[in-house]
Design a protein around this ligand. Sequence first.
Ligand SMILES: *[C@@H]1O[C@H](CO)[C@@H](O)[C@H](O)[C@H]1NC(C)=O
Ligand SMILES: *[C@@H]1O[C@H](CO)[C@@H](O)[C@H](O)[C@H]1NC(C)=O
Length: 388
Amino acid sequence: MRHHFLLLGACGWVLLVLIFVSRFFSFRAVDDYPERTGQSWTVAGSKTRPAPVTIPEKGAARPSRQVSPCEKQNKKEKHSSGLQATKTLLFQPSADPPEAAWEQVWERRDELLSAACRNASLSGLTHVPVTKFVLDRIFVCDKHKLLFCQTPKVGNTQWKKVFIVLNGAFTTVEEIPENLVHDHEKNGLPRLSSFTPHEITLRLNTYFKFFIVRDPFERLISAFKDKFVKNPRFEPWYKHDIAPAIIRKYRRSHRDSDSERAGSGLHFEDFVRYLGDAEGRRHLDQKFGESVIHWATYAELCAPCEIKYDVVGHHETLERDAQHILRAAGIGGLVSYPAIPPGITRYNRSKVEHYFSGISQRDVRRLYARYQGDFHMFGYSSPDFLLQ
Ligand SMILES: *[C@@H]1O[C@H](CO)[C@@H](O)[C@H](O)[C@H]1NC(C)=O
Ligand SMILES: *[C@@H]1O[C@H](CO)[C@@H](O)[C@H](O)[C@H]1NC(C)=O
């Protein structure tokens, strides 16, 4: 509840500034996308040129395949209704508000995202060139003209199942064998990167596009637990390669060599220090290759300031958002999102406090500095309770 309250406060403030600023900028912003014919997808939208973000490619090679830009990003910019939004400023979502209220929540999220993308002081964290790394994250359903960007640790398996059903291989999500979902040879879900530049541009411009986010720190905890604590047998490299590499570089006390054994002892503290070290970790990330998708920012994964997504759903309100996505994508009658166990998607602040309890303020600040673009873009309140 407090979370919502803080969020609301933040939204209100941002919108007021935005409304003021939009008198000068709102129509400019639409045309800020240049008609580029060059090599890179680096996109304008902020006045300062965004610092190029280096995203590691699998095998450490630099992206070799450049794609022509998606110039005509859906120009139906939603924030043109900026002034209308004042009406929604005082709206606070209750446990189960009416449909119209949810429409306002979704609209307000769109506006927040647009505002964050235009915020020059965040541009190094929000603007990301649309490289092959991003195109690899986006799954395609041509039959229903859908694009879904994968954000690991945010319920993506279920969405992949939805896509598999939509492609016609199964009639309901329950029938799909679990091991098929992640088998990218057999699941029949093409990635956007497998198309030609022209086909990519066409899909980006005309398909319904969405992805899901959750509280950025809770997502990192989930990645840590999943990859370094539970550590599935079929992904041994987290334990045997990645954890030891992080420990070697980031563990304070190297005398603690017991826990270095087989990497089973990666501490959350080591992980946080690695994540917060924007410069220093670049070299490691290149070695880690595709594994970094589990802790890469939403901006790095999906380039939401460059690609105009129709909906960015929130894990915390997934039950509503999933319905909304299916309906908005025009597939509500064709497939249902799998049942969500009660409480599982709720933000758990005590869990976050628990994990961060041994982490120094300096490390929390560094971590936040690196992930704050995600907090701002999707309206998550900054974790001030960890900095007191
Ligand atoms: C832009 O981002 C900074 C954080 O870097 C924040 O303090 C500021 O409020 C944001 N500005 C707007 C207009 O949202
Ligand atoms: C939140 O997390 C804590 C600590 O991990 C756990 O004990 C508790 O059951 C969780 N609460 C809910 C509502 O899931």
